[in-house]
Design a protein around this ligand. Structure first.
Ligand code: SAM
Length: 490
């Protein structure tokens, strides 16, 4: 502390002493202590009451002004928005409901806050023949839900006219879980998505402690069962970072595109003796096979890895109407790589978008026939307004034959010369799986549509000088992210 500030401090305290020591007032003039305390208490209470009233008044008038702004928006601006006025003629009904957040509801949310649809689990293996009935793979029909999809489409179009700073702000303020993506030890929110899914789905199993290892007579080959992962399309590296943090002894191989926009997606973590990072285009068979060879020729994981994570995505496809189709090939290639390197018993995580057209469904059919458990998952850390979701495939049944691998590689090699409807990797799917795919498709679309409309509402009111979806803002502020981190163990 500087001398002058020390002196000032000292002076201030001296001044206080001066006051008390100079306050030599005749004893008769002094009210009894209890009276003073009482009077002070009364005054304090009065002041408190006034403050409380003021606060109530302010929040009431804030609420009134929010309601007025909302009303103005619905009365005046809503008409200008084709999306909102077209939607179910719902112009005027509030799109987001303000929920009461109490510690209890929050804890229940923390526990349950992930949307998992198990398409098929081990239990289904023994199920009756009804569940094994196969149906042809058809695109998922829109049916009665088509206005929801229409609304999402309109929203995505409307987003293009919103300045990006405003869009980002609106997205942040209307998603109460947005805060979960930042400020926790990892380089990006992707890492938090994997942490979130890993917590609920137990994707990596830490190796047994050395004592329990000694007790079990496991051979050294089994060690590999616990230690290897591959991070496909992994830049900037949040997934690898999370996995290495969760299990420091883990050995990983990562590959990602050397992006022209290096700021966005190139590796931002360093390779280590335990983590080999490289660049390459995974839609190229040669790149796939070189990557595969590097892993299988390693001394540690010659039998393959036990976890493959694939998070492929590219900016050109983001929020595009045909995002699902644009992602087909990259998802296929991540699956081809996975089938080459995953050990039986291993797990696979792969980012996907809508799964509604024939090719996407055929990829799911292939996974369902080769893994014991398959789920579609939307972690809370994945923005609700996006179409993003993850495929989780657990416990690979067996290695694919060379012939099967060759067929997949061939499909990729001939990709551009093959018509859409000839690209299928399966032609039938269990009826029950198809029906569950439909369920989750509609369910996620409903949530997505609400989130999209909240963003649009915020951006539009804010853009026109209104208050901009304050209810959503309050929701965004109310979650306690540390409670979530603690629950997920990160
Ligand atoms: C959403 S990011 C992945 C984020 C990453 N999981 C993390 O935790 O940081 C998508 C990545 O896919 C990569 N990608 C896109 N197309 C690719 C391709 N053909 N081959 C390899 N990587 C690709 C992008 O360059 C980008 O790094």
């Amino acid at each position: 502390m500087g001398r002058s500030s020390k002196n000032k401090k000292r002076k201030r305290s001296l001044d206080n002493n001066d006051i008390s020591s100079s306050s030599t007032v005749a004893a008769a003039d002094v009210a009894p202590v209890s009276t003073i305390i009482k009077t002070n208490n009364n005054q304090n209470q009065k002041q408190k009451k006034i403050k409380k009233k003021k606060k109530q008044k302010t929040s009431k008038s804030r609420l009134r002004s929010e309601q007025q702004q909302q009303q103005r928006f619905w009365n005046e601006d809503c008409k200008d928005l084709p999306l909102l006025s077209n939607y179910n003629n719902n112009c005027g009904s509030s799109i987001s409901t303000k929920r009461e957040w109490t510690a209890e509801t929050e804890f229940n949310t923390i526990k349950n806050v992930i949307d998992i649809e198990w398409l098929m689990t081990d239990d289904d293996d023994d199920d009756d023949d009804d569940d094994k009935e196969q149906v042809n793979i058809d695109p998922i029909p829109l049916n009665e839900e088509d206005e929801v999809f229409e609304s999402i489409k309109n929203c995505k179009q409307a987003f293009e006219d919103i300045p990006s700073f405003l869009f980002t702000k609106a997205r942040r303020l209307t998603n109460k879980f947005e805060v979960l993506g930042k400020g926790r030890r990892f380089i990006n929110r992707s890492a938090m998505k994997l942490a979130n899914m890993d917590h609920f789905l137990k994707l990596i199993i830490p190796p047994p402690s050395s004592e329990s290892k000694a007790e079990s007579s496991s051979s050294s080959d089994d060690d590999c069962h616990f230690v290897g992962f591959a991070d496909l399309c992994g830049g900037p590296g949040g997934f690898s970072e999370y996995l290495q943090w969760k299990m420091p002894s883990i050995i990983g191989w990562g590959i990602t595109l050397n992006d022209s926009n290096a700021d966005c997606c190139n590796w931002k973590i360093d390779g280590t003796p335990n983590l080999t990072l490289e660049y390459g285009d995974l839609t190229n068979n040669e790149t796939i096979l070189k990557f595969v060879a590097r892993i299988l020729s390693s001394s540690k994981c010659a039998k393959g890895v036990n976890l493959v994570v694939g998070d492929g995505g590219f900016v050109q496809a983001r929020d595009k109407e045909d995002q699902e189709t644009m992602m087909h090939r990259l998802i296929l290639c991540q699956m081809i790589t996975m089938y080459h390197i995953l050990q039986p018993g291993g797990n696979f995580v792969c980012k996907t978008f809508e799964i509604s057209n024939q090719f996407s469904i055929s990829l799911i059919a292939l996974l369902v026939s080769t893994f014991h458990q398959v789920a579609i998952v939307k972690p809370v850390t994945s923005r609700p307004a996006s179409s993003e979701r993850y495929i989780i495939a657990k416990n690979l049944r067996q290695r694919s034959s060379d012939k099967q691998l060759q067929e997949l590689l061939q499909l990729n090699a001939n990709w551009n010369d093959t018509k859409d409807d000839r690209r299928m990797v399966a032609t039938t799917i269990p009826k029950i799986v198809y029906s569950k795919l439909k369920d989750i498709h509609y369910r996620l679309a409903t949530v997505q549509e609400q989130a999209c409309r909240a963003i649009l509402e915020y951006a539009t009111t804010q853009g026109k000088g209104g208050g901009g979806g304050h209810h959503s803002y309050h929701q965004a502020k109310t979650i306690n992210r540390h409670a979530y981190y603690d629950y997920w163990g990160v």
